[in-house]
Design a protein around this ligand. Structure first.
Ligand SMILES: [Ca+2]
Ligand SMILES: [Ca+2]
Ligand SMILES: [Ca+2]
Ligand SMILES: [Ca+2]
Length: 492
């Protein structure tokens, strides 16, 4: 490289001489004013390392002694009679510098390009404890340097820094450091015991980066750590994780028993000998999770974690009746309640209060979430049916719906009222009323079929007189109302 560089300078000098020679042909003044500045370059370097600027290719007329100065970052730096000058940039830089040579009378200049690259910081040491207790502060101090870390004369850069401590528990601490601030300290408190790989990163303001790791053991670590205790709801998954004190993989195997009668499972060990626990508990209770680890068939260690599973009360999903409401007294209908419970092993008691002072109680076995019952009401009125679902652990929920029971007598009375109000011949009016006369009696004795038959006969009679001595609009109203009563009766 050095050879190539020299050669390049030589070629440039030769080119310059040729140019001067060509100039001589055209201008005799050029011969007298022989003064040439040669800045060499381009120069490449790193921040904080000195560069030798070489103006030795410059020349003047024979016998002249030359003086040199360089313009760097806008300022002139005098270098007397020395063609060589050492210069150090303390930060990365990219731009032109100017050489000026003087023979005492005239001056000549030359420009060249300089590229100084950034040097990343270097972490020298980390100070701190490698073992702390849970809930106790861990202090870490990181020492680093940025620039030329020569032990005899270190040269610091003008960079600023960001230091990040990643604590390996999902949290981190970030610090901003000024020029020349080559140490950073941070503290952290761990809530859970474990072995943590802390990563410390120092980045300078030009993106140069240094990374170091620090391992800390938090709490008394036994050979196997099953992880913290947990609390969940029935029907949901217990998620946790644990680890072995020995992070170097040998031939460990592990099993886990969640102690809810589902038996023992083989437990997969991740790299670094950590493991994940996940299990769905179907009923409430306090369960022990036992993790046992073997090394070549011999027990290496075991540990437990406790899981408290809370009962979740059931919830009523829907209430429905069939056939559709409203009903007549004595009409039997089917009532259905749907409910749910995340504790799928729970049994349930379902109480249906019909709103007329009677109630029905059912027991739903585990897995059954639908309860039906049939009922009829003796009297007309609006009834509120209340359903209460209770699981075998005391969790409870209720819901209600209203049903309406209409009296058919009341309905036929309405038709009678219409007829009495009509302006029609008295004979026709009496005939209409007489057809309806027997209906309340039939309904009272649940002779629904006979009542329907009688109402149909009434419709036929009305149709026969419609548009004659009974106006069409009034006939239509009577027929519609009667059909509604028939529909109601047919659903009973
Ligand atoms: Ca820099
Ligand atoms: Ca730097
Ligand atoms: Ca339960
Ligand atoms: Ca439950």
């Amino acid at each position: 490289m050095a050879f190539k560089k020299k050669k390049t300078s030589f070629v440039i000098a030769l080119l310059f001489l040729l140019t001067a020679f060509v100039g001589m042909q055209t201008s005799s003044a050029a011969l007298e004013a022989t003064l040439v500045a040669m800045a060499s370059g381009p120069y490449l370097g790193e921040e904080c390392s000195s560069i030798l600027l070489n103006a030795s290719g410059s020349y003047g007329a024979e016998g002249d002694s030359l003086t040199y100065r360089w313009n760097i970052d806008g300022s002139w730096v005098e270098n007397g009679y020395y063609p060589y000058m050492e210069w150090t940039w303390y930060d990365d830089f990219s731009g032109e510098i100017i050489l000026e040579v003087s023979d005492g009378t005239n001056t000549a200049t030359d420009n060249t390009f300089v590229t100084i690259s950034n040097v990343p910081p270097q972490i020298f040491s980390i100070e701190g404890l490698t073992e702390v207790d849970v809930d106790t502060e861990l202090f870490l101090l990181v020492n680093f340097f940025d620039g030329l870390s020569d032990s005899r004369s270190p040269t610091a850069s003008l960079d600023t820094f960001t230091a990040v401590f990643s604590w390996d528990d999902g949290t981190s601490t970030e610090l901003s450091l000024g020029v020349g601030e080559f140490s950073a300290s941070a503290s952290h408190t761990y809530a859970e015991k474990g072995i943590y790989q802390i990563i410390i990163t120092v980045v300078d303001d030009n993106g140069g980066e240094a990374v170091a790791e620090w391992a800390v053991t938090v709490g008394d670590i036994s050979p196997v750590e099953a992880g913290p205790n947990g609390t969940i709801n029935e029907g949901s998954m217990f998620l946790s994780h644990g680890f072995l004190a020995d992070i170097d993989s040998v031939t460990y195997t592990a099993i886990v028993d969640y102690y809810d009668d589902t038996g023992a499972f083989s437990l997969q060990l991740n790299s670094g000998n950590t493991f994940n626990l996940n299990h769905t508990y179907l009923d409430d209770g306090v369960y022990t999770v036992l993790v046992t680890v073997y090394n070549d068939g011999m027990e290496y260690g075991s540990d437990t974690a406790m899981v408290t599973v809370n009962n979740v009360p059931p919830s009523v999903e829907s209430l429905s009746v069939s056939p559709m409401n409203p009903y007549l007294p004595g009409a039997l209908f089917q009532f259905t309640a749907l409910f749910s419970d995340p504790g799928i092993l729970d049994t349930h008691t379902v109480k249906i209060e019909w709103g007329d002072g009677t109630s029905t109680q059912n027991t739903a076995e585990a897995g059954i979430t639908k309860v039906s019952g049939s009922h009829s009401y003796a009297k007309a009125g609006e009834y509120k049916i209340v359903v209460t679902v209770t699981d075998d652990d005391g969790g409870t929920a209720n819901a209600s719906m209203s049903v309406v029971v209409k009296s058919p007598t009341t309905s036929t009375d309405a038709i009678r009222g219409i007829i009495i109000g009509l302006k029609i011949p008295k004979g026709l009016k009496n005939n209409l009323l007489s057809i309806l006369e027997n209906i309340p009696h039939l309904l009272k004795h649940h002779k629904i079929h006979a009542a329907v038959h009688q109402l149909q006969a009434f419709i036929h009679f009305v149709e026969a007189h419609s548009g004659k001595n009974l106006p069409r609009t009034q006939a239509k109203e009577l027929i519609q109302t009667t059909r509604m009563i028939i529909d109601t009766l047919r659903t009973t």
